[in-house]
Write a protein of this length. Structure first.
Length: 597
């Protein structure tokens, strides 16, 4: 018998009317012949209200007690939902995370799911009940209540869909589906009929709050098709499946994170182990580092810039101060008011000039880019916070994201839907479920070395709009495919831009950059004909913050210096001197042996 998991977010259960409406949706699905598991969030803004209440008692409430408190929001909703189903004449049972047997680790407020027992769920389902599970919560080894992080009910829903091998997981929310960007910020945003796991992973972690990014990790890992749709209507929403609807377009969507802070450590010794020291020390303080830009050093010294969520800034600065002192850095500074705008698309992996276009449009709008990082399917630019929303609108317009996709592609997308649904029960997923002891454990697919590229670095770049734009426009005009780009931040000073290109285009690329450097008064230009790009790929590379640190450590132990770094949800890349590539690769294979599938 087919099984559906339906998740209702806070606004979808905000009052009695809405709870009854949600119950009717579940009953209808049951009438259509499905077994139904509902996952519900706390009503309306209840979780925020509880957080606020805790804040009135203490500035730093114990995390364990926060979980005890926050989990009550969902408990209210499941009980009311079960009453609603009962009133409508159907059988229901409400269950907390603990009652289901959703086991997590003990990281209170950010717990990860280890395992879920299906026995009780199955029994209730076989008894024709609609099973209503409290989202966002679990229980650790010692029966402490844990929560999965804000927005975590999505993750509960997709994880249940995975273990129950549901045919689909429906995420009911207050928008019609996944849009090209947040429709509240950009009214002309368009709903996507279909978006790929990888794109959604990036979008979710780059600021698209419509899905919890860890939910998408589960979906990808266990091939769960997700249908994001409105709880207030019956129109079909967005399918999140393996393939993209818009693979022929360079960009599928864009997103904004408004509350990042930027830290730059200057004059660090440019030698193996520096990044590892710095980032492991920050991780020890539970601060999560987002963008990392380490640029190629000069005269034995390197600057490292990175961003953290603003709430983690104080802890980060403590760690930075320590490390800067120990390593003899010349100093560090931070900027608390930055925002990150990103574009995401599977299509950009095959097209040149995408970055150039983004940089050009931002420059034309007078928006200065403080920092750049790219990965295969996303480009992120850091801008001043007050320009964040404007930057988002600019890039949305630049890539014509409001323009509907051609019908032929939509047809293909519809076909994809059916395929993806059947993939939900793939043998692969079953095997993974059996094998993984911890459902959310790190899953590394591959460690690889790309030996085919060269690196070009332009130093002394004036800190005003348009230089990156001109540079990458000229490179794209020659048809040269740029792979990785990093631009470091220069406060009141000059930035450094490094990028990688296919080795056979190096001479041409360097000539171009030298010309530009000359006309703009930048420089010096340096290059390396042999750049070794080492990548670790898998699922949840960024939410498992230790991936980058493990890489830094392994390379440091081999005395291999890191030139450039870029991170995404599906891979972490570092560029090293080409001659060290094979040795670096071996070291990484060893470092990730336990996580390699
Ligand atoms: P729920 O309570 O149902 O989990 P959320 O507030 O977590 O709902 O997520 C829905 C919201 O996500 C929308 O109201 C919208 O403002 C926001 N959002 C951000 N980015 C996007 C996007 N790309 N597409 C759709 N909604 C988005
Ligand atoms: N109620 C929790 C929150 O507001 C979990 C969720 O809604 O997904 O973050
Ligand atoms: Mg949500």
């Amino acid at each position: 018998m087919s099984l559906i998991v339906q998740k209702f977010g806070g606004t979808s259960v905000a009052d009695a009317e809405k709870i009854l409406a949600a119950a009717r949706k579940a009953i209808r699905a049951q009438r259509e012949g499905h077994q139904v598991v509902m996952v519900v969030s706390a009503m309306g803004k209840n979780t925020d209200a509880l957080v606020e209440l805790a804040g009135q008692i203490s500035d730093s409430p114990p995390h364990r007690e926060m979980d005890m408190l926050l989990s009550t929001g969902e408990q209210v909703s499941v009980a009311l939902m079960a009453m609603a189903v009962d009133r409508l004449g159907h059988k229901a049972v409400s269950l907390t995370g603990a009652q289901v047997g959703i086991r997590t680790d003990s990281t209170h407020t950010q717990a990860r799911i280890r395992s879920i027992s299906t026995e009780r769920l199955r029994r209730a389902l076989d008894d024709s009940k609609i099973v209503i599970v409290a989202g966002f919560q679990g229980i650790d080894e010692d029966f402490n209540i844990t929560t999965l992080g804000r927005g975590g009910s999505d993750t509960t829903a997709v994880a249940l869909a995975a273990v129950l091998q549901a045919d689909t997981c429906e995420i009911y929310t207050d928008v019609d589906g996944v849009y090209t960007t947040d429709p509240r910020l950009v009214p002309e945003a368009r709903m996507l009929k279909q978006v790929s796991y990888d794109e959604m992973l990036e979008l979710a972690s780059l600021g698209a709050g419509v899905m919890h990014n860890r939910a998408v990790e589960f979906a990808k890992k266990f091939s769960v098709p997700i249908h994001v749709r409105s709880s207030f209507s019956d129109v079909p929403g967005t399918m999140i499946v393996a393939d993209s609807e818009t693979a022929n377009r360079p960009v599928s969507g864009c997103a904004l994170i408004k509350n990042e802070s930027l830290v730059t450590v200057t004059g660090l010794p440019d030698r193996p182990g520096t990044s590892w020291k710095l980032f492991s020390r920050i991780a020890e303080r539970n601060a999560t580092v987002d963008m990392i830009v380490q640029n190629v050093g000069e005269q034995g010294k390197a600057d490292i810039s990175f961003t953290v969520m603003s709430k983690d800034l104080p802890a980060t600065l403590e760690a930075v101060e320590e490390v800067a002192r120990e390593l003899g850095a010349s100093g560090f500074y931070h900027e608390d008011t930055v925002a990150k705008v990103s574009v995401v698309g599977l299509g950009m992996a095959q097209q040149s000039g995408v970055a150039a276009k983004m940089f050009r449009e931002l420059a034309n709008a007078g928006i200065n880019i403080l920092m750049i990082t790219t990965s295969e399917i996303k480009i992120s630019a850091l801008v001043s916070r007050e320009l964040g929303e404007e930057a988002l609108r600019v890039v949305h317009r630049a890539f014509e994201l409001d323009r509907p996709v051609e019908p032929s592609v939509e047809e293909a997308a519809n076909k994809g839907e059916g395929l993806a649904a059947s993939a939900g029960r793939s043998d692969r997923a079953v095997r993974i479920v059996e094998r993984l002891q911890a459902m959310e454990a790190l899953a590394v697919d591959d460690v690889s070395l790309d030996d085919s590229q060269a690196r070009v670095t332009l130093g002394g770049v004036p800190d005003h709009p348009g230089v990156a734009a001109s540079l990458f426009e000229q490179v794209a005009a020659k048809g040269i495919f740029v792979d990785m780009i990093v631009q470091s931040y220069a406060r009141g000073g000059r930035a450094t831009i490094s990028f990688t290109v296919p080795r056979d285009t190096l001479t041409e690329s360097v000539a171009l950059v030298e010309q530009l450097s000359h006309s703009l008064g930048c420089g010096p230009v340096s290059h390396s004909p042999h750049a070794g790009k080492l990548s670790v790929t898998g699922i949840g590379m960024r939410s498992h913050a230790e991936v980058a640190i493990r890489m830094f450590r392994a390379l440091s132990e081999q005395q291999i210096n890191i030139g450039m770094v870029s991170t995404s949800e599906v891979r972490v890349n570092v560029v090293v001197d080409g001659e060290h590539g094979p040795r670096g690769m071996k070291a990484l294979q060893q470092a990730f042996a336990d996580a390699l599938a």
